[in-house]
Ligand binder design. Structure first.
Ligand SMILES: Cc1cc2nc3c(=O)[nH]c(=O)nc-3n(C[C@H](O)[C@H](O)[C@H](O)COP(=O)(O)OP(=O)(O)OC[C@H]3O[C@@H](n4cnc5c(N)ncnc54)[C@H](O)[C@@H]3O)c2cc1C
Ligand SMILES: NC(=O)c1ccc[n+]([C@@H]2O[C@H](COP(=O)([O-])OP(=O)(O)OC[C@H]3O[C@@H](n4cnc5c(N)ncnc54)[C@H](O)[C@@H]3O)[C@@H](O)[C@H]2O)c1
Length: 445
């Protein structure tokens, strides 16, 4: 059996882990990164998350036939996977081992490779970056159905579903619903939550719901999923609707998108004395340390927001700890935005109107329809609504909701403004290039 001693061991090829591995190796820290699958170099984002889904969204908008889009997306992820592997494998001081890691003690792990070889690794510092996997709820008939997909398995399906039922109307559910409807599937979204997009303000949720429905998507909230009945040509999803009616929805594909769960299967963190919470996530302090001081947890697995850019920011916290002044901490993150890549995309940052009201803040609300921005006419994407929540006395931007073309780009500019004290009047009275989506801010003035 091969034995390795290393300064740093990273378990999982996620955004934080791979960025940290490269950084450590470049700073003369001997680093081993263990990834369980040769199909996951680069982690969830590259292989089964952000990149393939957004590639499919863009190609749906460009009206590329579905099978061609899946093929092009596979080529893209294969390219990025190899690029991610090479970036670490060719770096002096960094070693990538492909196999499943399992703790033996607080400093020792074993790795079982794909050819069942065992490698023992002893490390001074260990960074857990093992991510999450889809959570599947208990619904009678779900396990027995051959038409059940997760976000991962549906990406591999080159045949376009004719009738797609999406269980869960969150990030993944809505992104898939929007893109499959554009490819030509008949899409129904089922969600147990009584309200559509319950965290968002009513006006935004209504606007988004209307646009999705105009694209042919049927959305049911407040449903109770009773059973999935297998059939020869189609499965049937039996539900009780919010108004008490019963419905039987036919589907040749059923996507389950009801959240993601911590992935520590086989990792045996207990052998290292690392604690997990009731949901399997690994609790960390403000500097991402677990209860065992030389073991850190980065990315989704620490129970923080599940975004690639948060995983990257976790890397920055570690970098500052090991090489800087330890000045960066989880609680320093102010105004973390998000973008849902429906068409047009929806992005949000800061407070919603209802949250500002609940805090008793004096607010001014500014709203414009997306269609007043000339760029939306050029893009032929005139749907949407832009809304600013502004402090009535200080003119500071408290929050912004953007449901419009390029919202995922604009939201980053707003973050820069908010975190640097740029007032709403200043933001809306700047010079912006024309015809761009950024000049939407001028239309608020
Ligand atoms: C369909 C989908 C779309 C998404 N879209 C977006 C988006 O547009 N924007 C965005 O910001 N976020 C998006 N996300 C979320 C984003 O992908 C995740 O938040 C991010 O990838 C998490 O990265 P991570 O660093 O936690 O680790 P991950 O990238 O999840 O990597 C964990 C790695 O650890 C490996 N591993 C696990 N256990 C072991 C073990 N015992 N031994 C060895 N290796 C192991 C796994 O194989 C995996 O490669 C999306 C997610 C999904 C599922
Ligand atoms: N654009 C992005 O940044 C992006 C895209 C995709 C995923 N993600 C990340 O991945 C995470 C997981 O996404 P997700 O969509 O799986 O989770 P989610 O938490 O966003 O949404 C889950 C939805 O499923 C519903 N639900 C839960 N149980 C249900 C049941 N039994 N039946 C019907 N509906 C049920 C919930 O009410 C909720 O609306 C997100 O939280 C996000 O952090 C991000």
């Amino acid at each position: 059996m091969q034995s390795i001693k290393t300064d740093a061991l990273i378990i999982g090829f996620g955004k934080a882990g791979k960025t940290l591995a490269a950084y450590l190796a470049k700073h003369q820290v001997q680093t081993v990164l263990v990834e369980q699958s040769d199909q996951m170099y680069g982690g969830t984002c590259i292989n089964i998350g952000c990149i393939p889904t957004k590639s499919l969204v863009v190609q749906a908008e460009r009206k590329v036939p579905y099978a061609d889009a899946v093929r092009a997306t596979d080529e893209l992820t294969a390219f990025l996977r190899q690029q991610n592997f090479n970036a670490l494998d060719t770096l002096t001081g960094s070693t990538v081992i492909t196999g499943k890691a399992s703790f033996v003690s607080a400093h020792d792990i074993t790795v079982r490779t794909q050819s069942s070889e065992e490698i023992q690794i002893q490390a001074d510092r260990i960074f857990i970056n093992t991510g999450t996997v889809p959570f599947l709820p208990t619904i009678p008939g779900l396990e027995g159905s051959s038409r059940i997909y997760t976000s991962t398995s549906l990406l591999k399906e080159s045949r376009l579903p004719k009738k797609l039922v999406v269980i869960g109307g969150g990030f993944i559910g809505l992104e898939y619903a929007s893109m499959y409807a554009q490819y030509g599937s008949q899409v129904t979204v089922l969600d147990t939550s009584p309200r559509f997009l319950p965290r968002e303000d009513d006006d935004l949720a209504a606007e988004i719901g209307n646009v999705l429905q105009q694209k042919g998507i049927t959305i049911y909230n407040g449903v109770r999923l009773k059973e999935i009945q297998p059939g020869d040509a189609l499965d049937t999803v039996a539900v009780s609707l919010a108004d008490g009616r019963e419905a039987a929805l036919e589907a040749d594909a059923i996507l389950v998108a009801t959240g993601r769960q911590a992935y520590t299967d086989g990792l045996n963190v207990a052998a290292a004395g690392v604690q997990t919470d009731g949901h399997g996530f690994i609790p960390v302090n403000n500097y991402l340390q677990t209860n065992v001081p030389h073991i850190w947890a980065l990315g989704d697995i620490n129970g923080g927001p599940q975004f690639t850019y948060i995983s990257l920011d976790d890397f920055r916290i570690i970098r500052e700890q090991l090489f800087g002044s330890a000045g960066r901490a989880v609680t320093d993150r102010k105004n973390v935005p998000f973008s849902v890549f429906i068409t047009p995309p929806y992005a949000h940052i800061g407070l919603r109107e209802k949250e500002a009201a609940a805090q008793g803040l004096p607010v001014r609300i500014h709203k414009i329809p997306a269609k007043v921005v000339p760029r939306t006419r050029i893009l032929n994407q005139t749907e949407g609504l832009l809304k600013a929540i502004v402090h009535a006395e200080t003119d500071q931007i408290l929050g912004f909701s953007l449901f419009c073309a390029e919202a995922h780009e604009l939201i980053n500019l707003i973050r820069l403004a908010m975190n640097n004290g740029v007032t709403f009047s200043r933001l809306t009275d700047e010079i912006y290039t024309h015809p761009s989506m950024t000049e939407a801010f001028n239309y608020f003035a």
